[in-house]
Write a protein that binds this ligand. Structure first.
Ligand SMILES: [Cu+2]
Length: 183
């Protein structure tokens, strides 16, 4: 009786671990004290040749660091961008000198904020697929990550536009990147 109780308890514990597994195996990368959490990109819309990648940088170390550049074969060029408001419009601009990631702090790259801009995509970003990218840090060095292509659950700008009866053409501008080639 007693031993079956123990087994039941172990099974219960294993079940809990199994249920937690998706969170534990979260898609994150580590280089020294730098964590790169969940690199992802939106699927391409139509024939738009530009895209953006996002992730959260968590600098757990006691040293300031800086994301200086991005290497990837998926695009002709990758830049670290921020979105700034100018004359009431959101405009993108390259972050000069790289993105500072101060010690013991988190910096999030997210839609409508900082992002990795991918210019001249060599292939369409298809939902559910992924591509390799290398982040180059001043202190933490080069970190290879896999960027998952996914449609964010909460987002819905592109979806909303299509729902409102706009055709394929209208959807392009909702991506927010194709009209910024020059910046
Ligand atoms: Cu951009």
């Amino acid at each position: 009786m007693k031993s079956s109780n123990v087994i039941a308890r172990i099974c219960g514990a294993l079940l809990v671990i199994a249920m937690m597994a998706p969170a534990v195996s979260a898609h994150e990368y580590k280089a020294g004290g730098m964590i790169i959490d969940h690199p992802w990109a939106r699927p391409s819309i139509g024939t738009v040749k530009n895209g953006a990648a996002y992730f959260v940088l968590d600098n757990l170390s006691d040293t300031d660091d800086r994301l200086v550049s991005i290497k990837t074969d998926i695009a002709a060029r990758a830049e670290i961008h921020e979105t700034v408001m100018k004359d009431g419009y959101a405009k993108m601009a390259a972050i000069q000198g790289g993105l500072a990631v101060p010690k013991n702090s988190k910096v999030a790259l997210a839609p409508r904020g900082k992002h990795v801009m991918l210019f001249g995509l060599k292939q369409k970003l298809e939902d559910g697929q992924s591509f390799p990218m290398t982040l180059v840090f001043e202190k933490s060095g080069e970190v290879a990550v896999v960027v998952k292509i996914e449609t964010p659950k909460d987002a819905g700008e592109a979806v909303d536009h299509s729902k409102h009866g706009g055709g394929g053409k209208k959807m392009d501008h909702s991506h927010g990147h194709d009209d910024d080639r020059g910046s």
